[in-house]
Design a protein around this ligand. Structure first.
Ligand code: GDP
Ligand code: GDP
Length: 468
């Protein structure tokens, strides 16, 4: 694969020398063979691979200049671990991390997502946290979007959201570089504030956003996400406040639209276009999944000239699996060629969570107020707990309407229905015998539950419990 270069290498005349302030140093650490060297080369835009395919090859520590979004920094490949013996490797990794930490402004802890979480990763993460240095966890070797889930395991390192990349194929590296630059800017800002002796001033100026609902705007390229974003933030009268003071969400924005306040997740990602060399679908999917994981509700944007496509359905499914509520915005309604009722029927038959479909136009502004109101409504539902008596009334009515089918001559008895968790809502249905439960009947119950309590678009789980 010959993906284009990621970051521009720094030209000789720009290199740090006489009198210029020292470049920030980004140390790349991790177990041997996780792909540190490959990543450094990729991020620095070095074309010819300096990587030996053999595991554990000795290398000298290497420093490469890199640049992203006009910010220059040094990537430090700490390398130098060449032992095959486990104990010795661990000792050397420790020494390597310690060395890197001494001088780093930011640490990238690289792990092998295919190999999964290993004791060496945990140990390195501990050293990184103790140092107090800003750090990012990079889950490498995610070569295929279907493997994105592999990165989740590395949350366990306690260093925040693991970023899935494929250093070999240049996937996910744009997001990684965004985060690197963001964190470097922040740590420089912190240092300057420390020196000026007015720590915390900017944090105090930012209103708290914890109690606001979180909304993700996701979808395929060109469906109109950026246009919708512009509408929501009020074009030129920008009311967007980047939320400061949190390490994990540097790119979220607080938005006020038609009197409603919420947090729009990953605003930078919505706007990003044209400079990403990753395959479009890979990126769209990656961003959709990441944004949905941090949101209460996802607005899945589709193009009304095409209706809801198979890709749109897949993105909505991804959001649901991230336990995020979904609403489908059928954008470009001003030039629609699809039939709304047909689209709604298709969505209801194809998506288990049955998200509502709202026609909108980023161009004219039509439908946006309703879309936002509905999205925020669903976000509330995700966190709501339904009263047990109401659920049991629904259960009796459902049983009266349609009895569970008999299996091997025996009929299921359902005794009790209750909600035991929120976000996502989780229900328990107490039954006589789990072996008698027909999937169709549970779906019937689930759909009635959605209709009765306005849970269309809300991910929910019904657990079966046998009466003991
Ligand atoms: P280091 O020891 O951590 O510096 O790891 P290297 O960069 O030397 O890579 C170790 C091995 O992993 C090499 O064979 C690389 O080709 C391979 N590798 C690195 N990145 C990726 C990746 O994203 N996907 C896959 N499949 N292999 C990778
Ligand atoms: P993104 O890739 O999802 O962020 O899509 P953009 O917001 O960049 O929009 C892609 C194209 O669709 C642009 O040319 C927009 O002007 C156009 N577009 C976006 N929303 C609408 C709309 O509601 N109506 C019409 N007619 N065009 C739109």
């Amino acid at each position: 694969l010959s993906a284009p270069l990621r970051a521009e290498p720094v030209r000789a005349e720009q290199a740090p020398n006489s009198g210029a302030p020292a470049l920030a140093r980004v140390a790349v650490v991790g177990f041997p063979n996780v792909g540190k060297s490959t990543l450094v080369n990729r991020l620095a835009g070095v074309r010819e691979a300096v990587v030996d395919a053999q595991p554990g090859v000795t290398r000298d520590r290497k420093e490469l200049p890199a640049e992203w979004r006009g910010r220059r920094f040094l990537l430090v490949d700490t390398g130098g671990v060449d032992e095959r013996d486990e104990g010795e490797i661990q000792r050397q990794v420790r020494a390597q991390v310690a060395r890197a930490l001494e001088q780093a402004d930011l640490v990238l802890l690289v792990c092998d997502a295919r190999a999964g979480l290993r004791p060496g990763d945990v140990e390195a993460a501990r050293a990184v946290s103790r140092s107090g240095r800003p750090a990012l966890v990079v889950a490498n070797k995610v070569d295929d979007p279907r493997q994105l889930g592999l990165a989740q395991e590395f949350w366990a390192l306690g260093l925040g959201e693991p970023l899935a990349v494929s250093a070999a194929h240049g996937l996910g590296t744009g997001d990684l570089l965004d985060q690197v630059v963001e964190l470097l800017e922040r740590s420089v800002g912190d240092r300057e504030r420390d020196q000026a002796g007015n720590v915390g001033e900017s944090a105090a100026a930012t209103p708290p956003a914890e109690d606001l609902r979180r909304v993700a705007l996701i979808g395929r390229p060109n469906v109109g996400k950026s246009s919708l974003l512009n509408r929501l933030v009020g074009e030129e009268r920008v009311i967007v406040t980047p939320i400061a003071g949190t390490t994990r969400d540097p790119i979220d924005s607080e938005v006020e639209f038609e009197g409603r306040r919420f947090v729009l997740v990953d605003t930078a990602g919505i706007r990003r276009r044209g400079r990403i060399d990753e395959p479009v679908e890979w990126y769209a999917r990656l961003r959709a999944e990441r944004a949905a994981q941090r949101a209460d509700v996802a607005i899945v944007v589709a193009d009304a000239r095409e209706g809801v496509t198979a890709d749109d359905l897949r993105i909505a499914e991804l959001a649901m699996r991230s336990h995020c509520a979904t609403v489908i915005a059928l954008n470009k309604w001003d030039v629609a060629t699809c039939d709304l009722e047909e689209v709604k029927a298709r969505v209801a038959s194809r998506l288990r969570q049955r998200p509502p479909v709202v026609p909108v136009s980023a161009l004219t502004g039509r439908g946006l107020k309703r879309l936002v109101a509905l999205a925020l409504e669903l976000a509330e539902r995700v966190h709501e707990r339904l009263p047990t008596p109401a659920l049991n009334r629904l259960l009796s009515e459902t049983l009266a309407l349609r009895q569970p089918p008999a299996v091997r001559g025996k009929r299921l008895r359902a005794y009790y229905f209750t909600q035991y968790a929120t976000a996502p809502p989780r229900f328990a249905l107490q039954v006589s015998d789990k072996g008698l439960v027909a999937r169709d009947w549970i779906l019937f119950l689930e759909n009635r539950l959605r209709e009765r309590f306005g849970l269309e678009g809300v991910p929910l789980v019904i657990d079966l419990r046998e009466r003991g």
